[in-house]
Write a protein that binds this ligand. Sequence first.
Ligand code: NDP
Ligand code: X2W
Length: 352
Amino acid sequence: MTESQKVTVGIVGASGYGGVQLIKLLSEHPAIEIVYLGGDSSAGKEYADLYPHLGHLIKNKIEAIDLDEIASRCQVVFLGLPNGLACKFTPRLIEKGCKVLDLSADYRFTNLDTYSAWYKTERDDGAIASNAVYGLPELYRDQIKNSALIGCPGCYPTASLLALSPLIKQGLILPETIIIDAKSGTSGGGRQGKINLLLAEADNSLGAYGVAKHRHTPEIEQICSDLARSDVKVQFTPHLIPMVRGILSTVYATLRDPGLVTEDLITIYSAFYRSSPFVKVLPSGIYPQTKWACGTNLGYIGIEVDSRTGRVIVMSAIDNLIKGQAGQAVQCLNLMMGWAEDLGLPKLAFYP
Ligand SMILES: NC(=O)C1=CN([C@@H]2O[C@H](COP(=O)(O)OP(=O)(O)OC[C@H]3O[C@@H](n4cnc5c(N)ncnc54)[C@H](OP(=O)(O)O)[C@@H]3O)[C@@H](O)[C@H]2O)C=CC1
Ligand SMILES: CC(=O)N[C@@H](CCC(=O)OP(=O)(O)O)C(=O)O
């Protein structure tokens, strides 16, 4: 592909963890040229001023946000911003003909009252939001292909929904028994400093937060309800774990048929994810580790049935910054552009 045939891409929020991960992925993507980087407090800086080791990848300076200027230069715009900003920027970008992939929660919800209740943000872009597609390719591949606006899933929902979807879609569990216990590395909280993410706070410790009120709960419930075709509530408890990257989500639910065994479910999951290049269903007795996923766009799934309790336990490991954020957004873009779903996306872990 010649330079002039490449798709021009802008990244708003280029200094953040999502932004830097997008730059790393898109710099290696054969069909893309990064033509714009945007930010707020970093505007005016060279990328190498922020990340000296990445100066060789990208020569663009970070610019202040000017939506018309972005639209004039970019066919595709990724927004990696705090919640509540994309819904202000996106309408103009869509109106000007850009495709938009938003990493925040702004375009994940079909019911904006639910969004406003959990995110404490009022908005007036309902007409645009109603055209957004939830960017989990394993569930909504065909809709993503035909959309110009993607609300990319949160990191915990990605891990948890990969674990839950086959069970719910095929009616194998009692939905009211779903419990999700998830653990995230500190990069999940972004780069814009919060006290609980400091090394001195997070290291040598493990604790839950957002118990019974984390904002990923309604997001997970929305997709579970869509799959079940009925209202589903889940019990979701996130934990902060002293590592940089990775999420492990362990899901528990009671099976409708207590006669099902682990091998049955492995067969069902393998069939469900047969056409999904990034989901790896593990053999019986093998449970995923975040280390296997880190640096990749892969999600590893391990399954065990406890015939004593009648429950199934599904473990799902992803890299929160790749499959849980930037990589998934690139996966969606590949689908939107009609490219191979895995174009330019890493499958080899950092470690060992
Ligand atoms: N971290 C993760 O694992 C995941 C995060 N997400 C979501 O992705 C989004 C980005 O997260 P993350 O990359 O971690 O965030 P960071 O905190 O690392 O970065 C936030 C970015 O937003 C920019 N920004 C903030 N305010 C403005 C503004 N008014 N105008 C322009 N730019 C602004 C900052 O720019 P500057 O430095 O120039 O001020 C910075 O580049 C969030 O909505 C997050 O919830 C989703 C899935 C996973
Ligand atoms: C460890 C940590 O702090 N993680 C973040 C999740 C980040 C994310 O995916 O948030 P959005 O839904 O806003 O995109 C949190 O729990 O708030």
